[in-house]
Structure formats: structure tokens, C-alpha cells
Design a protein around this ligand. Structure first.
Ligand SMILES: O=C(O)C1=C[C@@H](OP(=O)(O)O)[C@@H](O)[C@H](O)C1
Ligand SMILES: C=C(OP(=O)(O)O)C(=O)O
Length: 428
């Protein structure tokens, strides 16, 4: 499907973005293995999270929709899942596949996980390795690609240092370890999003979170209490609208109730380093996650360097940071971000290809890119989504400051994380 986005030089209004994708996946999974009924409000009803929901239903969990975004999950405890009678389909969602492989590795039955053509190219050896050391039996295609099949086993505890800062890998190990008795320790090379740890703790599991070292305490038998959660707005979705407002000629945008967990909010620090006028107001704590309203104004931006420990705290925001960079005065250097090459598409080459088509000064590096701005973009052409929601949305925001707009091909992929994006962008 084509998405046509015209030039728009004033961006203002008050909006809300849908619920956080990472927290939504985890709410569904943890509620399913908790004891009794959990209530989720503000769940992200996007294709990725609906894949996780369908899989939990396929594993015998009753999940009832009460209203838009509002669900009741009838958890059956850590031993309550049942073997599904068919293949479990994760669609486009790496989070579903990696977290659920961990969970299913310790369940006493057989499972097969697959996904769409993009997910079937993404690296799964990174989870198969540590899970196998715990005793898991997992088979994959050559080079550790899905479909994967799992013969659930009793697993041993593990101390493991992640080779990459990945919350999916960390969470996969923690979920696998829940039914083992010993102490499982995960060390990270840099801090990645910590929603799994916070939510496990909230559900009564004994877990110590010391920045880059997570300790799941030894226990004869663990149990998760059921919970009620209000999922905050997704900072990764808000980033597109923050960028639209910052790169406009005029206007002021208020985005209500966005999750601002430190392990996720590197994007806000980059906006500040670039001189963007952004303020966080009405700060709150919402079920163990910090939230705020974000007020952002059209700003003169300057280039900056984005590298090192901040990268995992803004990993999904790098394509939209590239859009900020193209509007900023001077050079923006993005490095240490080679993980972008194994997302829904190779996000470094996707951004570089499409920006070059548009006449933006951009250079590609193995671990990032250098962009020199500001650039007046003519537009009036077609650009590609590469079957990647974040590439599609980044190009849609870039289109707002082109002279002749852009046609974004394959834009239906946006529904994997942000249903209603097109309408919200048009409403500004
Ligand atoms: O755990 C999560 O919810 C996620 C972790 C990140 O992936 P990695 O763990 O591969 O870095 C991120 O890119 C993804 O969108 C969501
Ligand atoms: C990388 C992403 O998601 P996932 O890994 O769950 O497919 C993303 O949403 O940008």
C-alpha cells in the first residue's frame, strides 16, 4: 500500500500515542504464566503484540477483550501452558520469537515457532546458544534461522554474559530460567531495556536489578502473582511525532503519557544534545514505569554524535534520528550501531539508500552513518519501506519537510507497531 505524505510546515496539537510495544508483549506473556486473572489496560493492539496474544491463546490461555486496549488474561501459572496443535506464528515480531523461545524451552511439550520472511532471516543463534547451555533442545534451520522447534526440558540455571546488549536475549534467558531452581545471572555489555525485570519483580519474583547485572535468585519453586497494568505510551512511537514537531518551521506539540524509563529514553537525550526544545511535564510513576507528557517545539537543530552506551537505549529510534540529522546544521555521527543490520531489515543500508535517492548527504559505515545537514529535500518521488515499520514511518516524517512530498511504498507494514499512525500524522 502506498502512503502519500505532503509537505507540512506547521506541526501543532495535543496527541496520545498507542501503548508501549515491549511492555505489551511482556504483559501478555507474564499474565499467562501468573496465577489467576490479570488486567491489562492500554495494550498495544498492533500486529506484533497480536501475534504474541494469539500464541498465548494457542498455548491454552483464555484472553478476553473488555474494551479497546483493555484485556483480561486468565493466567494458569508456570506449569499451566498446554502444547499447541499447530505451528506458532510470530509474524514480523522478533520480540515474540525470542521471548517465547525462552519460555517454551522449559515447558514440558513440543513447540514450533515461525514468522514472516523478514523474521525468518533474523539471527536466532544468539538465543539458541545460551538456552542450549541451560539444557534446552532447540532445532533451527542452517545458521540458526527460524522456523525453530523446541522440545521443552527441565533447564539448569546459568550465569551468562551477553555478547550484545539485547533485551530480547536477556528476557529469553530469564523466562527460560523461571522454572529452574538455581540462581541465574545475566551480565550485559551495556544496559538494555529492563521491562522484563521490573515486571517480574512486580509479580513477586525475587530478582535483583543492578544496572548491567541481573540476578534471578535461587528458588525451589517460583510463582508469579497476577497483576493489573496500565501500559504507558510508547516512546519509540512518540519519537516520530517529536521529530515532526522539531523539524517543522513552527508549532508546538504535546504528547500525553509517554513511558520514560531510562533504559529506553536515549532519544530524548539526543534531542537535547541537538538543541531541540523539549520539556517533560506532569511526571508520574505508572505501575513501576516512569511516565511524563512531552512538550516539543519547532527548533533549530545542530548535529551531534550518537555512540557508545546510549545505543541500546535508543536502538529503535536511529532511523528517525537520521531524519533529525538531515534537518540539523552540521554533522551527525551515528556509530556502534551494527545491531541495526539485523532488525526487520538492514536499517543502516535502508536509511542510506533512501536518503541518497533524496539527495541527502549521507555516508554508510559498517556500524552506522554520517549525515551532513541541513538539506532542502525536493521529494516528489517514491521511497521504499523495506518491509520495516520504522523505515516507513521515518520516511513519512521526513516527507513533511520536502517540497513535493513523498510516496512511501509498502506502508501497510506500519501496522506491526503503530496502527493509526497515518491518521495521527494527518491530524497534526
Ligand atoms: O525486548 C524488546 O522488547 C525489544 C528489544 C530490542 O531488540 P534487541 O533485544 O534485539 O536489541 C528492540 O529493538 C525491539 O524493538 C524490542
Ligand atoms: C526491532 C523491532 O522489533 P522486533 O525485534 O520485535 O521485531 C522494532 O520494533 O523496531
Amino acid at each position: 500500500m502506498d502512503l502519500i505524505v505532503e509537505r507540512k510546515r506547521k506541526v501543532s496539537g495535543e496527541i496520545k500515542v498507542p501503548g508501549d510495544k515491549s511492555i505489551s508483549h511482556r504483559s501478555l506473556i507474564l499474565a499467562s504464566i501468573a496465577e489467576g486473572v490479570s488486567k491489562i489496560e492500554g495494550l498495544l493492539e498492533a500486529e506484533d503484540c497480536l501475534s504474541t496474544m494469539q500464541i498465548m491463546k494457542d498455548l491454552g490461555i483464555k484472553i478476553e477483550k473488555k474494551a479497546a486496549g483493555s484485556y483480561q488474561v486468565y493466567g494458569k501459572g508456570l506449569d499451566g501452558l498446554e502444547e499447541a496443535d499447530d505451528v506458532l506464528d510470530c509474524g514480523n515480531s522478533g520480540t515474540s520469537m525470542r521471548l517465547l523461545t525462552g519460555l517454551l524451552a522449559s515447558q514440558d511439550f513440543y513447540s514450533v515457532l515461525t514468522g514472516d520472511h523478514s523474521l525468518r532471516k533474523r539471527p536466532m543463534q544468539r538465543i539458541i546458544g545460551p538456552l542450549s547451555r541451560m539444557g534446552a533442545q532447540i532445532w533451527a534451520r542452517k545458521n540458526g534461522l527460524a522456523p525453530m522447534s523446541i522440545r521443552g526440558q527441565k533447564l539448569a540455571a546459568l550465569e551468562y554474559t551477553l555478547p550484545v546488549a539485547s533485551a530480547q536475549l536477556k528476557s529469553s534467558i530469564l523466562l527460560a530460567a523461571l522454572k529452574s531452581e538455581g540462581e541465574t545471572i545475566v551480565n550485559e555489555p551495556a544496559v538494555s531495556r529492563d521491562h522484563t525485570e521490573r515486571m517480574l519483580k512486580g509479580a513477586g519474583v525475587e530478582i535483583d536489578i543492578e544496572a548491567d547485572r541481573i540476578v534471578l535468585k535461587a528458588a525451589k519453586k517460583r510463582k508469579l502473582n497476577s497483576f493489573e497494568i496500565k501500559v504507558p505510551g510508547d516512546i519509540s512511537s512518540a519519537a516520530f511525532f517529536i521529530t515532526a514537531a522539531l523539524t517543522a518551521d513552527q508549532g508546538e506539540l504535546l504528547i500525553k503519557n509517554v513511558g520514560l524509563n531510562k533504559t529506553r529514553s536515549g532519544f530524548i537525550e539526543v534531542v537535547q544534545a541537538m538543541g531541540g526544545e523539549i520539556s517533560l511535564i506532569n511526571k508520574k510513576d505508572q505501575g513501576g514505569e516512569p511516565t511524563a507528557d512531552i512538550l516539543v517545539k519547532a527548533s533549530d537543530l545542530k548535529g551531534c554524535e550518537v555512540s557508545g552506551e546510549i545505543i541500546p537505549r535508543l536502538i529503535d529510534e536511529i532511523p528517525i534520528i537520521a531524519v533529525l540529522a538531515a534537518a540539523a546544521e552540521g554533522k551527525t555521527v551515528i556509530k556502534d550501531a551494527e545491531e541495526l543490520r539485523v532488525k526487520e531489515t538492514d536499517r543502516i543500508s535502508a536509511v542510506v539508500n533512501e536518503f541518497k535517492k533524496l539527495g541527502i548527504d549521507i555516508e554508510e559505515y559498517p556500524d552506522g552513518m554520517i549525515i551532513k545537514g541541513p538539506v532542502e529535500v525536493e521529494g516528489g518521488i517514491e521511497v521504499e519501506s523495506y518491509h520495516d515499520h520504522r523505515i516507513a514511518m521515518s520516511l513519512a516524517v521526513l516527507a513533511l519537510r520536502t517540497k513535493k512530498g513523498l510516496t512511501i511504498k509498502g506502508s501497510e507494514i506500519i501496522n506491526t507497531s503503530f496502527p493509526g499512525f497515518k491518521e495521527l500524522l494527518a491530524s497534526l
